[in-house]
Ligand binder design. Structure first.
Ligand SMILES: Cc1cc2nc3c(=O)[nH]c(=O)nc-3n(C[C@H](O)[C@H](O)[C@H](O)COP(=O)(O)OP(=O)(O)OC[C@H]3O[C@@H](n4cnc5c(N)ncnc54)[C@H](O)[C@@H]3O)c2cc1C
Length: 816
């Protein structure tokens, strides 16, 4: 039990015995969630704080706010958060000490300039107000900066700073204004679920029964999770910033200086009273309290360690010379919590009912409002209004152990201001999950990446000595190798490991009825496969799945590996008694073979007759291939005739050896995810998490072609309405006139200089030899041959809408 809990009536009031929601933790995140729930109509909600509000990391934050984020929807939510401060100040009467000074991101070399050009392109479509300014203009807006270090700066109007405690209290008081309650000195010591799914939340002041609980424990998120046996892979990190004495040049100014970030120097800075605040993410991060945050930690700071950040300060003094002349008034070293990829972990926890979390929010004052909004929408409406996959707690699974969480969170802290290129894979926490083929593929030269904890091949170099990536925004050394893989599949046969696809198994008399309701498309007959979208109640895409009917009462669904826990959560929340469900992704590994010679290869290693007449496109069978029991699907994401062969993990080596042996005379080549993505681009097929995601509906994405409109299904009413009113935007393929560089993601699509859409995915289509992007544009422009432009690293390139697929337009090869 936390020892810091004080006696006396909590908050001067008596705790209610029942409430709809208990929010655990009164930092900025918990208070924002409380505010949003109450504002949107759930008045009967209670926040419990073990000490005073802001007793975690919230009180000692630097208070800097900005919209920039690697994920566009998180940027949107950061914009929302910043706009919200005025409202909560007015509603609560509590000052948040907001200074909207504007701010800039400094380009000290070409690479950072390129990076910022990509950010600018993203912001263009999102309608965020960002512009490049010259070094001279930079010096005019911030006379203390030495402009000689910079090529340019990206200016953002929506940057500024605030008072962290004021902002947290403003959320809490505004929540109370809307009818919510909060209790301080009322720590939660136990959470226990009743059979009806509600929670008994124990405090020294009594027990509250709540329909839902939300873990907003911040620095104690792990400990609050442990009360329920839940492991949350976040890690508090030590973090320094300093505040200078008054600087004469600032004291003389009437206007407040803008804030800024210099990525290369790894510093952020802003005006603080008449001095400056300077913070840094040092290259060797220091995890704090790896074994758990003590309950008696409160409004305390950690001993500063100047040596740790001295080299960064030097750089700071170089770039802002007045800083070097000023005395240091205060040195703050405080802990705050990071998640493995630096983004928050929010939403309903898979495998649990009515247990929510909003933890690992490392930029609470930029993101807290957006997290509160999203959580309230999710709880009240059943789904967030925009795709929040980048923040969804379900993007991690059981494999995300405490040690892995610490290693990756530390890596993320250290890389906070370090460039990550589109083709770059991060080194820490690797080999967390591997298949039996891992060493063999690496020995062949595989460059591996990690997805949902599992290693998979991106592309194959010429042996292990040759296997390295050169991080770049431009076409890179993998280009020729990937081309070679694509050509092998298009002309002979290729093999790719497919353990990383998710597999969901449904058994029971009610399985067909259940799937018919949950999936929008056709549920196949025994021995057949179908493709289907899965929709939310609001008609948004929530899955793009292959359904295999193994028997009348036995189905397997194949889908996005990354989404497997999110889909498990979705299925389990709706599961009737007569259906047994399991996420069996780890129980089935496998290999796909594709290409014109794939049938020859397959026939050599199975007694089953796999001739085109007998084993047709979208047939499946449970049989023996390569002497091992498999599920054999006649389907391929490469656009060629091909087969997915799934086996139990213990058979994978045997299967792979059989394939390699039979393929030796057929030109067999192993290929990786890059080649697969290139091939699906030339077929015009979208990919989950990029082109297909809950930001779009079936009509916009074209997945309505797979809907069975004759039946009832989740999201049907909304989908019918969307179909009747017509889509405002449509997913298209664009061919870009460009050489040496391709899109990666999120670039603006323009018409006559005006942003009309953005790139959802793209790259080089090696077989057809074209640079290709997919993206959503207004429906009236989504016609073959319409001329548009795509912005890549600040340059505008001509692009044309491609009507028919670039390769095998009528699907003859695929069905052959
Ligand atoms: C030095 C430093 C500088 C920073 N600068 C910035 C910045 O410039 N901009 C920015 O956006 N962010 C910044 N941050 C990060 C920001 O402070 C955090 O993102 C934010 O505070 C996270 O808020 P939270 O509500 O999730 O967690 P916390 O603030 O840690 O709050 C958690 C709360 O839960 C309570 N609690 C825990 N367990 C229980 C329990 N069992 N029962 C009841 N209550 C419980 C705690 O007492 C605490 O009050 C900075 C952080 C640090 C350390």
């Amino acid at each position: 039990m936390p020892e810091v809990l004080k006696e006396g009536e909590a908050g001067g009031k008596t705790l209610p015995s029942h409430t709809r929601v208990v929010v655990i933790g009164g930092g900025v995140v918990g208070c924002s969630i409380l505010f949003h729930l109450a504002k949107f109509g759930w008045k009967d909600v209670v926040l419990l704080e073990r000490d005073e509000l802001t007793s975690g990391s919230s009180w000692h934050a630097a208070g800097q706010i900005h919209t920039i984020s690697s994920d566009p929807n998180i940027s949107r939510l950061q914009g929302y958060t910043i706009d919200l401060y005025k409202e909560i100040e007015e509603t609560s009467g509590q000052s948040v000490g907001l200074h909207m000074t504007g701010g800039f991101y400094l380009a000290s070399n070409k690479t950072w300039y390129d990076y910022l050009k990509r950010e600018r392109s993203k912001a263009r479509y999102m309608g965020l107000n960002q512009e490049f300014i010259s070094p001279e203009e930079l010096a005019r807006r911030h006379p203390l900066i030495d402009p000689k270090h910079y090529l340019a700066a990206l200016w953002d109007d929506q940057d500024g700073d605030l008072d962290p405690s004021g902002a947290t209290y403003a959320f809490a008081k505004a929540a109370r204004h809307h009818g919510a309650q909060y209790f301080t000195h009322c720590g939660v010591t136990e959470t226990k679920q009743r059979p009806d799914g509600s929670w008994d939340v124990t405090t020294p002041k009594g027990v509250i029964n709540a329909e839902h609980i939300v873990n907003c424990g911040g620095l104690w998120a792990r400990e609050v999770g442990h009360m329920q046996g839940l492991n949350i892979p976040v890690q508090p990190m030590e973090h320094h910033y300093l505040i200078t004495e008054a600087i004469p040049e600032i004291a003389e100014r009437s206007e407040r200086l803008p804030c800024g970030i210099d990525y290369e120097a790894n510093i952020y800075f802003r005006q603080e009273r008449q001095g400056m605040l300077l913070g840094t993410y040092e290259p060797r991060g220091t995890p704090w309290k790896v074994d758990g945050t003590p309950w008696d930690f409160g409004h305390e700071l950690l001993p500063p360690d100047l040596d740790r950040i001295a080299d960064r300060l030097e750089l700071g003094f170089d770039r802002i010379p007045a800083l070097g002349r000023a005395g240091i008034k205060d040195m703050i070293n405080g802990p705050f919590t990071f998640g493995p990829d630096g983004n928050p972990m929010i939403g309903p926890v898979p495998g649990m009912t009515n247990y929510w979390c909003a933890v690992g929010v490392m930029a609470g004052f930029c993101q807290g409002g957006g997290v509160g909004l999203t959580m309230a929408e999710w709880m009240i409406d059943g789904e967030p209004s925009i795709d929040v996959w980048a923040m969804d707690v379900a993007r991690f699974g059981d494999w995300a152990s405490p040690d892995w969480g610490t290693v990756k969170s530390t890596e993320n802290y250290e890389r906070r201001f370090v460039m990550t290129f589109p083709n770059e894979t991060l080194p820490k926490g690797r080999k967390q999950k591997t298949t039996a083929l891992y060493d063999r593929l690496v020995a062949k030269g595989a460059i591996m990446d990690q997805g949902f904890g599992l290693e998979h091949a991106l592309w194959f170099a010429d042996g292990p000595e040759d296997a390295h990536e050169v991080p770049s925004f431009e076409r890179n050394r993998s280009f020729d190798y990937v081309k070679r893989e694509v050509e092998a599949v298009r002309s002979d046969v290729g093999a790719i490991e497919i353990a990383n696809f998710a597999k969901h198994e449904f058994k029971g008399t009610g399985a067909r009825v259940f799937l018919d309701r949950v999936l929008a498309g056709h549920v196949p007959k025994p021995g057949r496969l179908t493709l289907t979208p899965m929709l939310t109640e609001k008609g948004k895409l929530y899955g793009d799945l292959t359904v295999a009917c193994l028997a009348e009462d036995h189905f397997m669904l194949f889908g996005s590996g990354a989404m497997q826990e999110a889909h498990r959560r979705w299925f389990e929340a709706r599961l009737p008694d007569d259906v047994a469900y399991a996420n069996v992704s780890d129980d089935w590994h496998g290999i796909a073979i594709s290409g014109p010679k794939s049938r020859d290869l397959l026939q050599q290693i199975t007694r089953k007759d796999v001739s085109a007449e007998t084993f047709k496109f979208r047939d499946l069978d449970q049989c023996f291939v390569g002497d091992v029991p498999v599920i054999l699907n006649r389907i391929s994401f490469s656009g060629e005739s091909g087969y997915e062969i799934y086996c139990k993990p213990q058979y994978l080596i045997r299967l792979s050896e059989a394939i390699e042996e039979a393929g030796a005379d057929l030109g067999l080549r192993w290929y990786g995810a890059r080649a697969l993505m290139s091939m699906r681009l030339e077929k015009g097929w979208g990919a989950w998490a990029l082109d297909f995601r809950p930001d779009f509906n079936a009509v916009e994405s074209g997945l309505d072609a797979f809907i069975n409109w004759k039946k009832d299904f989740i999201g049907k009413a909304a989908a019918e309405e969307q179909r009747a009113s017509g889509a405002e935007k449509k997913l298209v393929t664009l061919v870009i006139d460009v050489d040496g560089i391709d899109v990666s993601n999120d670039e603006a699509i323009l018409r006559n200089g005006e942003a009309v859409g953005y790139v959802s995915s793209g790259g080089y289509a090696h077989h057809v030899g074209k640079s290709v992007a997919m993206g959503y544009i207004p429906s009236e422009m989504a016609k073959d041959g319409v001329e548009l432009q795509v912005e890549i690293l600040g340059e505008m390139y001509d692009a044309r809408v491609q009507g028919a697929p670039l390769y095998d337009a009528n699907g003859a090869n695929m069905r052959a």
